[in-house]
Design a protein around this ligand. Structure first.
Ligand code: PMP
Length: 440
């Protein structure tokens, strides 16, 4: 028995199945874009711990900053005795956030906590109850963020009852025939039929849906939302947890639309794997809650603040935003060739910087999502020494989230492996297993 399988057996015995793992691959070491397991296998990482290690695994600058911080102190609680690194980080994040308004920050520990805090701040500021989110959106697994998440299985299944005053509307999605016009009309109809605009505290949106399938909201849609929020005094929350920190080829994805969110969430790529998340937003909104109303024991940990400051330096010094765009182009070119080779299986190839996706279908019809093929790819990834992730409202998308520091040769090697993997599924048996009738 391999060490990996032995560990998986031990894990299965003591972990609830709800906290599952994509691969029975137990990590011993990870460097930049490579992961090494306990059995001595080496994998090319196209997942970066779900868009977290944008600066690669254990970037030397991050390791140095964290080691120095830990040798000084590891925790005092920001709400008891603060420290300079937290102030410096808030200064940087408020300056980097899109738009000219005076901004303030709150530090918490996870992405879901950042989303929850946005809702608290928006409700406190407006005195209103309603929060509108989008179908297929993902905002977290806590009680409130799960309610905001727009997909039932597995995120919401059997977890009800859900918090009140959360509403969902369609997200514009050209691949699946949801037009921008239809999405906006649904929102306006919601104001007429279900909740008056003046009772809505906030609208929350991902500029590119992450778990939902890497569908980008058109810039014009984000601009229309901005206008609608301004007209009705609604707080516009942009969830940049997966899209932030250079991932999409801008520091923040909202920049593509030229909009200034009222509140933004930041997490994942912020600190190279150290748990910290932030809400950054317009000062007059951020200051609505009373002192002590926001925060937590670990929010803005000094170790994570040191890591985040190092990450921001690395993004700038190594020009990782440019690299995200170059990587995205490289993947897009290679994946588009695959689309030409398998026209009846590949519905779409898309990318925003280094947030790259390939979507699978049956019978050359994008409306017949091929989740069986997607699952088969994930099942074979370990054999091809790749770390890959699936996503999508229909479970038929493979997403690529390479570290922005990934060397070109490694990206090519990984893409060669992906091509070989796909060929092993679609060429050998003439794709017979994945053709035919889709399951619902
Ligand atoms: N929002 C978005 C857009 C996300 O992608 C995620 C995590 N996948 C979350 C919120 C939740 O973040 P966390 O898992 O850190 O709570």
């Amino acid at each position: 028995m391999t060490k990996n399988s032995a560990l998986q057996e031990r894990k299965n015995a003591v972990f609830a199945r709800g906290q599952g793992n994509a691969y029975p691959v137990y990590v011993k070491e990870a460097r930049n874009a490579e992961v090494f397991d306990v059995d001595g296998n080496r994998y090319i990482d196209f997942a970066t711990g779900i868009a977290v290690c944008n600066t690669g695994h254990s970037h030397p600058e991050v390791v140095k900053a964290v080691t120095e911080q830990v040798s000084q102190f590891s925790h005092t609680c920001l709400m008891v005795n603060p420290y300079e690194s937290a102030v410096a980080l808030a200064e940087k994040l408020t300056a980097l956030a899109p738009g000219d308004s005076n901004k303030k920050a709150v530090f918490v520990t996870t992405g879901a906590e950042a989303v929850e805090n946005c809702v608290k701040i928006a409700r406190c500021h407006t005195g209103r109850r309603g929060v509108i989110a989008f179908n297929a959106g993902f905002h977290g697994r806590t009680n409130l963020t799960m309610a905001l998440t727009g997909k039932i299985a597995p995120y919401k299944k059997d977890f009800g009852p859900f918090p009140a005053d959360i509403y969902h509307v369609p997200f514009p999605n050209a691949v699946h025939d949801v037009s921008e016009k239809e999405a906006l009309l649904s929102l306006k109809n919601l104001f007429k039929a279900t909740i008056a605009a003046e009772d809505v505290a906030a609208i929350i949106i991902e500029p590119v849906q992450g778990e939902g399938g890497f569908y980008a909201a058109p810039a014009s849609f984000l601009q229309s939302l901005r206008k609608l929020c301004d007209e009705h005094g609604i707080v516009m929350i942009v969830d940049e947890i997966q899209t932030g920190f250079g991932r999409t080829g801008k520091m923040f994805c909202s920049e593509y639309a030229g909009i200034e969110p009222d509140l933004m969430t930041m997490a994942k790529g912020i600190a190279g794997g150290f748990p910290i998340a932030a809400v950054v937003g317009k000062a007059e909104i951020m200051d609505a809650p009373l002192p002590g109303g926001l925060g937590g024991t670990y929010g803005g940990s000094p170790v994570a603040c040191a890591a985040a400051l190092a990450v921001l330096d690395v993004i700038e010094k190594e020009q990782l935003i440019d690299k995200a765009n170059a990587l995205g182009e490289r993947f897009h070119t290679r994946l588009t060739k695959l689309k030409e080779r398998y026209p009846s299986f590949i519905a779409d190839v898309r990318h925003k910087g280094a947030m790259i996706a390939i979507e699978f279908m049956y019978n050359g019809d994008a409306h017949q999502p091929n989740s069986a093929l997607t699952q088969a790819i994930i099942a074979k990834a370990q054999e091809y020494k790749l770390i890959l992730l699936a996503c999508g409202f229909y479970g038929n998308v493979i997403r690529f989230l390479p570290p922005l520091t990934m060397p070109e040769a490694l990206a090519e090697e990984g893409l060669d492996q992906f091509e070989a993997l796909l060929a092993s599924l679609l060429d050998d048996v003439d794709g017979v297993d994945f053709e035919g009738t889709p399951q619902s």
